[in-house]
Design a protein around this ligand. Structure first.
Ligand code: PLP
Length: 465
């Protein structure tokens, strides 16, 4: 099994890589996105990361197998637990986020589940901000309570509102660095402070921001989770998730609270994770207890596809944001639009936080309402030609969704309000196409929402799609 070593650890440096070993320079994220965790394959000299499409790995002897299971030698055992292709992605993720180790899993949803399952037991609780992705909300509000774990949703994402709900049975504070679809920016520093004061970790879903825009560990977060299905993979081909451990949380500080990490683990022959894995205790237990026994494993082929996507993440994020800014400017100046929500707008309540945490660059998700409300919005949604109607984001293609009827459909009207989902709200994930074509499509669809043909559509006859 791959164990986290000094050289795997985060920061923007990988001192073991031949490109920069022995050098003092700290690598930039753009470089890590291409080189992090990568080596020329020692067996074949293949330069692209090989896809180790194998269920398991041979043992030299009974003793070798036992040593692998005892975690006393490095090596791979069985792909449900660990795989060399996934290990490259795990190291790249850890380096991009600045953590000490990472685990890749089958989906963003399983990353969130494992990050929480690693700490909870019946009788404990999770404290969360209210603005969450729909399935995360459902996990917290409906699934975990059936297993005896309470979820406490603060009335807002302000640190004081979250602090008021933490008690001796709380195991973690949870938030999305940028809420999907609400577009709120979490005050990570404030949330980390209230969590740490109460002796619990802050777990952050960094899917929308990606480490190119924001690295939550720099603001005190302890664990980061990702849906790599979105911007990281970037091409709408592959579902995958990741959990990254900052290595900063002191699990032993409050004896008894995190005994799954500080006391012998009965399901893994008495390993004490904080002793065996030191700073990487959290992610090691995610792998050897959660993933090993419930099996939400990322297929090696999918790890390869996400590695491919990551190589261009820095460039893609720049174009996503440039196009989103132009879309926001267009929508804001259009009389057919009732409101636009984007944290990079000076009148957004999240503008100061957008500056602090995203360098003012904004996000590529744009939400808005059409004049005429739900019905006009529905007509506009149905008239889009270049934008694909689907529930995803972060694809190279521009995507559009109506959260109230899809991702957040199971929520009540009150739950919608708390999650920042208005009935008429349309969410765009602005893609990488030429901005003229994106704006032309929005323009013709808005005209359709009024029952008219747009000037652009009339003259160009059709938007290629
Ligand atoms: N987190 C956020 C913010 C999301 O938007 C999503 C999916 O849309 C998920 C997690 C779940 O990810 P996946 O679809 O990879 O399971």
């Amino acid at each position: 099994m791959h164990q986290v070593s000094e050289t795997d650890s985060g920061g923007e440096e990988d001192a073991s890589h031949p490109l920069w070993s022995g050098r003092e320079r700290v690598l930039r994220r753009e470089t890590i996105a291409i080189h992090g965790g990568h080596r020329i394959d020692s067996a074949t000299r293949a330069v692209a990361t090989p896809i180790y499409q194998t269920v398991g790995f041979g043992f030299d002897s009974a003793e070798h197998g036992a040593a692998l299971f005892d975690l006393t030698v490095q090596g791979h055992i069985y792909t449900r637990i660990d795989n060399p292709t996934n290990a490259v992605l795990e190291q790249r993720l850890a380096q991009l986020e600045g953590g000490v180790g990472a685990l890749t899993v089958a989906s963003g949803a399983s990353a969130i589940h494992y990050a929480l399952a690693n700490l909870i037991e019946a009788g404990t609780n999770i404290v969360s901000v209210p603005q969450l992705y729909g399935a995360t909300y459902t996990l917290l509000a409906h699934l975990l309570p059936k297993q005896g774990v309470t979820s406490r949703f603060a009335h807002s994402d302000r640190p004081a509102a979250v602090a008021a709900l933490i008690d001796a049975n709380t195991r973690a504070v949870y938030c999305e660095s940028v809420g999907n679809p609400a577009g709120n920016i979490a005050d990570l520093e404030g949330l980390a402070e209230v969590a740490h004061q109460a002796g619990v970790p802050l777990i952050v879903d960094n899917t929308v921001a990606t480490p190119m825009l924001l690295r939550p560990f720099e603001y005190g977060a302890d664990v980061v989770v990702h849906s790599m299905t979105k911007f990281m993979g970037g091409h709408g081909t592959t579902v995958g998730g990741g959990i990254i451990d900052s290595g900063n949380f002191d699990w032993a500080r409050e004896p008894g609270r995190f005994r799954m990490l500080t006391e012998p683990e009965p399901s893994y022959h008495g390993v004490v994770y904080t002793k065996q894995f030191g700073q990487a205790a959290f992610v090691a237990r995610c792998r050897t207890v959660c993933q090993r026994n419930t099996g939400s494993t990322l297929a090696p082929l999918n790890a390869f596809l996400i590695l491919q996507g990551l190589e261009t993440l820095p460039l893609r994020m720049e174009r996503h944001l440039e196009n989103a800014r132009a879309v926001v400017a267009f929508l804001r100046s259009d009389r057919r639009i009732a409101w636009v929500n984007w944290p990079g707008l000076p009148d957004s309540p999240f503008y100061p936080l957008c500056h602090k945490y995203l360098g003012g660059r904004g996000i590529s998700l744009v939400t808005f309402g059409v004049v005429g409300g739900f019905e006009a919005g529905r007509r506009m949604f149905n008239a889009l030609r270049l934008f694909t109607r689907m529930v995803n984001m972060g694809d190279a293609k521009s995507l559009v969704t109506h959260p109230a009827s899809t991702t957040h459909r199971q929520l009540s009207a009150e739950e919608h309000r708390k999650a920042g989902v208005r009935p008429e709200m349309i969410r765009l994930s602005v893609g990488l196409e030429h901005i003229d074509d994106i704006l032309a499509d929005l323009d013709q669809a808005l005209s359709a929402s009024e029952g008219r043909t747009s000037m652009v559509a009339a003259t160009e006859s059709a938007v290629a799609c």
